[in-house]
Design a protein around this ligand. Structure first.
Ligand SMILES: Nc1ncnc2c1ncn2[C@@H]1O[C@H](COP(=O)(O)OP(=O)(O)O)[C@@H](O)[C@H]1O
Ligand SMILES: [Mg+2]
Length: 285
């Protein structure tokens, strides 16, 4: 078993030596990387609100845009999307906070912020130091140079960099037609999730971008979405039951479009493994 949190006298040199590349992003964080480590910048509330506004706008536009344009924009954030986001940030800045907080946008923000905060706590309590999550190190605050705005970032913590997100890994395997390996990774993901359930934590945000690959191992990258409330797990699983296509929910809709029989097998396996009965069996107490 590894130590809970490695404390270093100073930040690893590879973090301080050069400008760090932007590696990935979610709703709440932008992630920068050196060779072996990643550091995270928490987005400001305004940035998160602007993202939610953009996302909702694209959702609504989707049916008016030709050929899945909206969906493609949301899944592959390019220059146009960045522009749209800047516009949304301007709107968010001029509209008073109180209005956002009482709107649906505010509701989405509250759910995200609450889940993120709770998930981080649960991860420290139940998963830190296990093979379920990448390693974390801490060091005295260091000012690092990063690509893009605002050009620098002060952090006192870094996380082991994974080789790929599980989403990128499975997307690559599907593109190459390596479906047997893809299914082996699905089994590893399910095995990892079971380890969490045995410890009394369940992720309601099981998108494949929130998991990473280290060697043959799947790890949880994003603790946001972890819950230890059984009633919440049950409620969540009820909704999952009704969603017919787990592979699409996990982000594989487009990549498995050309392989419906693989998608069907994936969905069947997922439903068999991720349901209230199966989770309850492993849940402590
Ligand atoms: N340890 C890591 N190694 C490599 N990439 C990572 C790591 N942690 C996060 N990422 C990338 O950054 C993205 C956003 O991080 P995440 O913790 O999921 O933030 P958010 O709460 O905003 O969703 C992930 O989807 C992933 O692509
Ligand atoms: Mg995430």
């Amino acid at each position: 078993m590894r130590s809970l949190l490695r404390v270093m006298a100073q930040a690893p040199e590879e973090l301080t030596a050069g400008r760090l590349r932007r590696l990935g992003e979610g709703i709440g964080k932008v992630v920068y990387a050196s060779r072996h480590w990643v550091v995270k910048r928490e987005r400001t509330t305004n940035e998160i609100l602007a993202l939610i506004v953009t996302w909702k706008f694209l959702r609504r536009m989707e049916k008016h845009l030709p050929g899945g344009w909206g969906r493609r924009l949301r899944e592959h954030p390019g220059g146009q999307l960045r522009l749209l986001r800047l516009a949304a940030r301007a709107v968010v800045t001029v509209v008073p906070r109180g209005l956002w907080y009482s709107s649906h946008v505010g509701e989405v923000w509250r759910v995200y912020a609450h889940r993120d905060w709770r998930g981080e706590h649960l991860a420290v309590k139940h998963l830190a130091g296990t093979t379920v999550v990448p390693e974390t190190i801490t060091f005295p605050p260091a000012r690092l140079r990063v690509g893009g705005w605002p050009g620098w970032l002060t952090v006192s913590e870094a996380t082991e960099r994974v080789e790929d997100t599980l989403h990128a890994k499975l997307t690559g395997l599907a593109r190459d037609g390596r479906y047997e390996e893809l299914e082996a990774w699905l089994e590893r993901l399910l095995a990892l999730r079971r380890k969490g359930w045995q410890r009394g934590v369940y992720s309601v945000d099981a998108h494949l971008k929130n998991f990473g690959v280290i060697g043959e191992r799947v790890v949880l990258l994003d603790a946001g979405g972890l819950t230890d409330h059984w009633e919440e797990v049950e409620r969540h699983l009820e909704q999952v039951d009704r969603s017919a296509e787990p592979h699409a929910e996990l982000g594989l809709g487009e990549v498995l479009e050309g392989a419906p029989e693989v998608a069907a097998r994936f969905d069947a396996r997922w439903k068999e493994a991720v349901n209230a009965e199966a989770v309850k069996e492993l849940w402590p107490g």
